[in-house]
Structure formats: structure tokens, C-alpha cells
Design a protein around this ligand. Sequence first.
Ligand SMILES: CC(=O)[C@@H](O)[C@H](O)COP(=O)(O)O
Ligand SMILES: NCC(=O)COP(=O)(O)O
Length: 237
Amino acid sequence: MTKLSVNINKLATLRNARGHNRPDILQAARDIERFGAEGITVHPRPDERHIRYQDVRDLKHIVTTELNVEGNPTPDFVALCREVRPEQVTLVPDAPDAITSNAGWEVVMHQQFLREVVAELKSFGARVSIFLDPDVNLVEAAAATGTDRIELYTEAYAVQYLANREAAVAPYRATAARAGQMGLGVNAGHDLDLDNLAWLHQQLPELAEVSIGHALVCDALYLGLENTVQLYLRQLK
Ligand SMILES: CC(=O)[C@@H](O)[C@H](O)COP(=O)(O)O
Ligand SMILES: NCC(=O)COP(=O)(O)O
């Protein structure tokens, strides 16, 4: 079974546009869970342009499924995770000025750093996942960090899906299979949507969780949040 974790960054972007509390992202998280999602994902960035550190603290009291906190493990980010103790922490190597996540970890170059961060996060009970490009050659180095899971960075899949879905999924299938053989769990995320999600799910038997935000929130403008969450869940059946 593949779980759907809904990324609510873009709801916070909308809220921050006016400086008040509309939409109320805590209520949205409650509702998204009530509509069937199995997790809530947030990706606080240093400039707090969408999810703020205080939101993460508040969400810990609200979320009853799984809270997945994504980010670059700066000292401030690790301190936030130590305080909040989310069920899962996903490490993403995004630069402070990045518009959105744009690469997986160079796990060989950063192996020692990641090993230390993973150990620290696991010491207070978090499951740890490492954002990774789809490349079988990276899996061994990822496993050596002690991470529990990898999150496959799916932008390249999403871009290629409409032209050639078989070619698009091939490196993901190989990387997920290798991760499974090495005892790592497999998550996926970035630019997944109602067109490309079902094929990824069918092709990756190892897929434990997808985190989806941007497309899901865009779809909800037309289809409504409850209906949209259920449509995404249906792709994972
Ligand atoms: C790791 C990942 O791919 C997502 O967290 C993505 O970065 C969403 O963040 P934004 O909503 O800021 O684009
Ligand atoms: N980890 C990926 C995520 O949380 C959402 O990415 P996107 O659907 O907003 O591209």
C-alpha cells in the first residue's frame, strides 16, 4: 500500500499573501486527514515564505496520521525537528534561494555529514528519508548514511511522462528495486499529479509513500479539496 502525504506548503503561500489566517492551515490539515490522506508534509524554508517554523510546531499537535518535515538540515532545521519530533524527516539539499527543490543529494560527497545528521534525527525517534535522484549507483552510498528511506525526486519523471512513460519510469524502477534489496524504504515526490501518479505507483512495487502538494492544491481550486484528495487516493489503489 502506498500512502498519500499531502504537502500543504502552497496553502501557507496563499495565507501569507494577506498576513491573516485565511486559509487556516491547521484546519486544512485536519480536513485533509478527514478526507483520507495518510500524512501531512511541510517543507519550511529559511525565509519562511510559506510554511513557518511555528506552523510546524502547531501542526505537531494537530496531525494524527504522520507529520513529514522536509528540508535542508541546517542547525536551525535540526533543532526544529528535535523540538517537534515529527514521525518522518526528509532531508533535501535545497539552497536557501531555490524556488523549489531542484536536485537530490550528492550522497557520496556528503556521506559523512549525512551520516551524522541521520544519526541525530534517529536518536529522537524520527524515521529519516533522503531525497535522491533516480540513479542506482547512489543507493549504496545512501544506505551507508543509515537512512531508513530514500525519496525519489520525480521531476524528471513528470517531465518525460507524457512523451514516453516507459522511458520515464525506467530509472525509478531500477533505483527503487535496488533500494528494496538494500532494505531501504522508498518514497517519491515532486511534480506528481493526477496524470502521472498511477503509472509510477503501478511500476514501483516498493513505493511506500508519495508526498504531493503543488498539483494537488491547483486541482483543488477546480475540484474542491475533499474530492481532490480522494481522486489522488484512487490513483494509489
Ligand atoms: C522535496 C520536494 O520536492 C518538495 O518539498 C518540494 O520542494 C515542495 O516545496 P515547494 O512547495 O516549496 O515547491
Ligand atoms: N516531497 C515532495 C513534496 O512534498 C511535494 O512536491 P510537489 O507536489 O509540491 O511538487
